[in-house]
Design a protein around this ligand. Structure first.
Ligand SMILES: Cc1cc2nc3c(=O)[nH]c(=O)nc-3n(C[C@H](O)[C@H](O)[C@H](O)COP(=O)(O)OP(=O)(O)OC[C@H]3O[C@@H](n4cnc5c(N)ncnc54)[C@H](O)[C@@H]3O)c2cc1C
Length: 501
């Protein structure tokens, strides 16, 4: 269901009545909710401003609906890879039931449950467009034009997220393109769908709609999943092709034509060819929702990503009294992922609490209130078929950062558990080892079910577990996880032989 993105707990209400709060949060997506929660836990009064739905893009048009729609697609594909189960899969997906499942998870785009959660933590919710109006001041403009001014004693936390960017192509407006919005809220399956963009959103949308019955053509300028190890994109492209999608790499859209809004769209490519589709979906990047939030009133540039320090403080914002403006989640462009934004929000919420109380940022044994994992151990999963997961650095990124690295590569079928999981399991894993420190800098895993395996890699990378200790982490037989044992053993053999990966 569309649930708040943080644990529920009761807290006394803190309405101040005069529009003054300790903390004002702009945007009630997962990140805004988490910073509000942490600030309340620190005993601060909190106002949350939301212009659309409490829960944000993530709950209604991104993570939650896309995964609700993808799960049946992957479940059927998984069943088809197991002899005995395959024979039982004789029909097609029931798209009506798939859409109904999605609708349940987004609570029919009704945010009343999440709005109640805001109330339950003792924060006040203001509906409308929030804009900075100088240091520590925020105006909220409601849909009916009414305006209210709020004042923050300690902090304003901007968690306004991001939106899709459409390239400047002739015919774009008349083509009525889909973005992640229709890509996740549509309840009709276009017969032919062109997906433009080979990043995470593009490959998930292609997997999803091909699985639901569209004939998908995926167009990408360069290799798929360009921020991952190259084998990830190659295996995902292979999986899409096996599912029947037409994957074209190295092409660009140069023009669109849709003279009749109810008719097909004609797509012209830079090689001069044309193709026709019933819908076209662009997944060609994101822009920060900072163009209309009053950044100019505090000396910042509207429309820019917010540069922040490790407590997510926007260092160059105007304002007497120093630390007050925070940029969290997508808006700071560190890692456009819900879990990373929520981690930033928890950390920043604690830092706001500490600063408000005049306490040092160092929290004793628990460490200081600084985000690090959103830079060196970012975990990401794309729910394609096969799934692609990675944490930390690729071999190329690690080498570029000056590390002396060695890579270890194995196909998953080295682990018997993988073959028992799926007959003919296709998948590949890579470790990127910092040979000087004997720790992992990055891990990439591609294969069925790796989304649930990736956290083991995140623990190893974020925990900087030495390989000589990791070899004592023995995965149960016969599981897909046994790949760890074989990877670590392969690394040891490589070192003994003196090969560089
Ligand atoms: C199709 C798709 C699938 C994705 N899948 C995943 C996934 O599986 N896992 C994952 O980790 N990430 C995923 N992401 C990324 C994830 O959606 C974002 O990283 C996440 O939503 C960021 O959270 P946020 O709170 O920063 O912003 P958002 O979720 O965008 O929330 C921002 C909120 O701020 C509000 N707002 C904006 N401006 C104002 C204003 N001026 N005043 C008041 N309110 C305002 C907006 O209405 C919105 O509710 C996906 C993204 C897409 C597009």
């Amino acid at each position: 269901m569309s649930e708040p993105h943080t644990e529920a707990h009761a807290a006394p209400r803190t309405t101040e009545g005069n529009g003054t709060y300790d903390v004002i949060v702009l945007g009630a997506g997962p990140v805004g909710q988490n910073v509000a929660d942490r600030a309340r836990t620190a005993g601060l009064s909190v106002a949350v401003v939301e212009r659309e739905l409490v829960g944000g893009e993530c709950s209604y048009w991104a993570c939650v609906p896309s995964k609700a729609l993808l799960r049946p697609v992957i479940a059927i594909a998984d069943a088809r890879r197991v002899d005995g189960a395959r024979q039982a899969v004789t029909g097609r997906l029931d798209t009506g039931a798939v859409f109904a499942r999605r609708n349940r998870y987004v609570t029919d785009w009704d945010d009343s449950g999440q709005a109640l959660w805001v109330k339950s933590i003792g924060a006040d919710l203001f509906r409308g467009q929030g804009r900075l109006d100088g240091p520590r001041r925020v105006t909220v403009t409601r849909d009916d034009g009414a305006r209210q001014t709020l004042v923050a004693r300690h902090a304003v936390a901007v968690a306004t997220g991001s939106r899709p960017v459409l390239p400047d192509i002739p015919g774009m407006a008349e083509a009525h393109p889909w973005t992640n919005r229709h890509g996740t809220d549509s309840s009709t399956v276009p017969a032919r769908l062109v997906v433009v963009g080979g990043g995470g959103v593009g490959v998930e949308m292609a997997t999803l709609w091909q699985g639901l019955g569209s004939q998908v053509t995926l167009l990408a300028r360069r290799r798929l999943l360009p921020r991952m190890e190259s084998f990830a994109g190659e295996l995902v492209a292979q999986g899409l092709a096996e599912a029947g999608a037409d994957v074209r790499i190295g092409v660009q859209v140069t023009a669109l034509r849709r003279p009749d809004a109810a008719g097909p769209v004609t797509v012209t490519l830079d090689d001069g060819s044309e193709l026709e589709a019933d819908e076209i979906l662009f997944a060609t990047g994101r822009a920060p929702n900072t163009d209309d939030i009053g950044l100019e009133t505090v000396g910042l540039t509207p429309g820019s990503w917010l540069d922040v320090d490790t407590t997510c403080l926007v260092e160059d914002a105007d304002g007497a009294g120093g630390a007050w403006l925070y940029g969290l989640g997508d808006v700071n462009h560190r890692a456009l992922l819900t879990h990373e934004g929520k981690y930033q929000a928890r950390t920043a919420g604690d830092a706001i609490g500490a600063r408000a109380a005049g306490r040092p940022l160092d929290d004793g044994d628990w460490g200081d209130h600084a985000t690090t994992a959103d830079q060196h151990a970012v975990a990401q999963v794309f729910f394609t078929d096969p799934e692609a997961g990675a944490v930390g650095l690729t071999a190329e990124q690690a080498a570029a950062a000056g590390h002396r690295v060695e890579t270890v590569d194995l196909d998953f079928d080295a682990a018997q558990g993988a073959n028992l999981y799926a007959d003919g399991y296709t998948g590949h894993a890579r470790l990127v080892v910092d040979v000087d420190r004997d720790v992992l800098l990055g891990v990439t895993m591609v294969g069925s079910g790796v989304s649930e395996l990736l956290h083991s890699a995140t623990i190893a990378v974020a925990g900087e577990v030495p390989l000589k200790r990791l070899r004592h982490a023995i995965a149960p037989f016969p599981t897909v996880s046994e790949i760890w044992v074989f990877l670590v053993a392969a690394y040891r053999r490589q070192r003994a032989r003196g090969d560089a990966g």
